[in-house]
Write a protein of this length. Sequence first.
Length: 225
Amino acid sequence: MKLHFNAKEVQKILDHAKNAPETATLYGEETGVGLWLVGDQGVYLMSNGKPHLPKDENNPDRSSFVAYAKECNPEGDFDEWYENKRLSFGADDGCEFISADVMESAIKNSPKKGKVILNVTPKTIGTVESIPVNDEEQKKYDEERIEYNQLVSKAKAEISRMDEKMSEYRNGKHLTLYVRYFEKRKFFIGKANRARKHENKCHWLNELMKEIKHIESKIEEEVNG
């Protein structure tokens, strides 16, 4: 998936990394001068120079200055940036090193003025000029994103409907099914959120909706029985 970063912001953190007296280690290993591509609350680039580049020069001990990918900025719509983060960086949080030479090339050769473009998947990271964007791969990611968003919307509607229905059974004779529903709900949603592959995320959401129908049938059996 192509991620777009502000070129001026990237240049700022790259200059810091190149001019910093030291570089931070990554997972205990020396990597040399460069930037970190971080995936957690969004996806962003930051300098690996020490001391860090503060976001606010008046408060140097606070958070670092980072360059967010336009598609994965947590200041935007949550569902959108979270899904883009999953499709690009992957569902898990982490940090990957990109050398200063690669980033300088990305800035210099970017096909879009004012932007630095990285082609990021859960398995690979490349600049658009060093690793050409595969149109078929991009098409596949776009189709998967549409499919998954549609499935999420469907699952949310089912969960909302079932939550309201199950609230009637909190203290009644269907308490066992009430407890089972919320345990399974938490289990399947957790599985979907942690899954890295598109097909696995879809699988767990579909399993959740199957479980909802199963519990509904059990309630109906108890009511009619």
